[in-house]
Design a protein. Sequence first.
Length: 121
Amino acid sequence: MLRSSRPRTQEEEQLLQSVMAQPCAVTQAIELAEQFATMVRQRQVEQFDPWLNQAQASELIPFQRFVEGLRDDESAVRAALTSTVSNGQVEGQVNRLKMLKRQMYGRDGTELLTRRLLLAS
């Protein structure tokens, strides 16, 4: 339902249009999800408060809970929407190293672990 890097096929577009033509919770969920994704991708911090209000006013319980979580950590969300700095690369490397450590747990010791970490990079 969310836009991806590849264009939708004609069948996907027709299915989405038929769902969106009917007034239902799915339509509202699609619209809110697309608006949120666009806001994050384009770093539109000015759209954050209106989106929060719109999602909170919706009848969709999952979106209302999501809004509560965003409000609990609102300063971090606003910083993410305004900052161009990302720690995604660092988090990816940490995740990779932790995975390798888990795979090596209980094996031949630090020498093999060191060799494995160096070969994996």
